[in-house]
Ligand binder design. Structure first.
Ligand SMILES: *Cc1c(COP(=O)(O)O)cnc(C)c1O
Length: 364
């Protein structure tokens, strides 16, 4: 009998009997685009995750684009960023005409603060930090670097919903932060995202940038666009799905965290494997589990034999031709990527699954 594959990422939807009647109400209710479900979702999301505010977007990428604009990133500015991430972290930097400066990463795959500081020049406008795979980056140090150099800190929290640092939610350290509700993230609205802005003054402008540059609620004939915006609004359909997801998102997040902590404890002692160092102030939300191995290919093989998916999942962004002009030596990233292998640790990984993963890796 073929063993079914345990995937690294998985879509999580509310049960059909909960979702479908509510969805039908919205779909046939006459208000399918931006409306009250979006605004309620924004309020509840911000409250649930201890964020100062949340603006709903059609994607995390759209939110990131507006985050950069809200922080004043303009053509020709430099943005210190990481290559060890999904591509939207960096395509949006190109989108605003800025120059990505790739700083190196530490042993956990996150930005190395020393390399960030060394990458700052007079042209630096912002630092974009990713909490890679759900492990919080060194936020206190990065906040301090940003303040000392007078540049913005933008948190890409797409992998890190529910993660905390120093007892505080990720997304509250940056001048701006984004979350993604793309299909395979911790929670999904099919596609969607949220922008969090520390300064309430910037929220109104960001709301306009989300909607062509127009103020919502003002009659279209009486309104003036002073700055071209985009079409990045969240829909009521996505907002409703988001609201229903929030009802039990903690169940999923707890499972990610329990499985992650289990692997931290069980896998570190296996010869040839290591787990990433986690600072005492860091509470990761383990979107995917980061395992490091001298032979990452062998780990993929061993797990594939028991029907468990394992892979590097991402491609360091500077390897793409579009980012080649910005390539620089990244020895820390190279070492991390060579040893990297992600394994599943989400809500769909049961106690038996995780036990057989550990057993297979012990046998080697
Ligand atoms: C998913 C993701 C985003 C944004 O994603 P959308 O698909 O646009 O919601 C941004 N950064 C990272 C690191 C991501 O993984």
């Amino acid at each position: 009998m073929p063993v079914p594959t345990l995937p690294i990422v998985k879509v999580r939807m509310p049960p059909a009997d909960v979702l479908m009647p509510r969805l039908a109400e919205v779909l046939y209710g006459g208000m399918i685009a931006e409306g009250d479900h979006v605004y309620e979702f924004e309020r509840r999301f911000a409250h649930h995750f201890d964020l100062p505010n949340a603006l709903g977007f059609s994607s995390g990428t759209g939110a990131l684009h507006v985050a950069l604009l809200s922080c004043g990133v303009s053509p020709g500015d430099e943005v210190v960023t990481t290559s060890m991430t999904a591509e939207p972290t960096n395509t949006t930097i190109l989108q605003v005409g800025a120059v990505p400066i790739f700083a190196d990463v530490s042993l956990d795959g996150n930005l190395d603060p020393a390399s960030v500081e060394a990458s700052i020049t007079a042209r630096t406008r912002a630092i974009v930090v990713v909490h890679y795979a759900g492990y919080p980056a060194a936020l206190a140090t990065l906040r301090d670097i940003a303040d000392r150099h007078g540049v913005a800190l933008i948190e890409d929290c797409a992998h890190a919903l529910g993660a905390r640092y120093d007892g505080q939610a990720v997304g509250t350290f940056g001048d701006a932060a984004i979350f993604s509700f793309q299909a395979i993230k911790h929670m999904t609205t099919v596609d969607g995202g949220v922008l969090v802005l520390r300064d309430p003054e910037r929220v109104r402008e960001a709301r306009k940038l989300r909607w062509f540059g127009l103020e919502k609620g003002v009659p279209r004939t009486e309104i003036d666009i002073s700055r071209a915006g985009y079409k990045y609004n969240m829909t009521n359909v996505a907002g409703l799905i988001g609201l229903l997801q929030l009802d039990d998102v903690d169940t999923a997040l707890d499972k990610h965290k329990l499985n992650g902590r289990f692997f931290d404890a069980e896998l570190a002692a296996i010869p040839g494997l290591s787990v990433v160092p986690i600072a005492p102030e860091s509470d990761p939300s383990y979107w995917i589990y980061t395992l490091l191995s001298d032979d990452s290919h062998a780990v993929e093989q061993v797990l594939s034999e028991i029907g468990v998916a394992a892979s590097k999942l991402h491609r360091p962004n500077h390897l793409h031709s579009v980012f080649q002009p910005y390539g620089r030596p990244l020895p820390g990233l190279e070492a991390f990527y060579r040893r990297l292998v992600h394994i599943p640790c989400g809500w769909w990984v049961g106690d038996e699954d995780r036990a057989r993963i550990v057993q297979a890796l012990r046998k080697g």
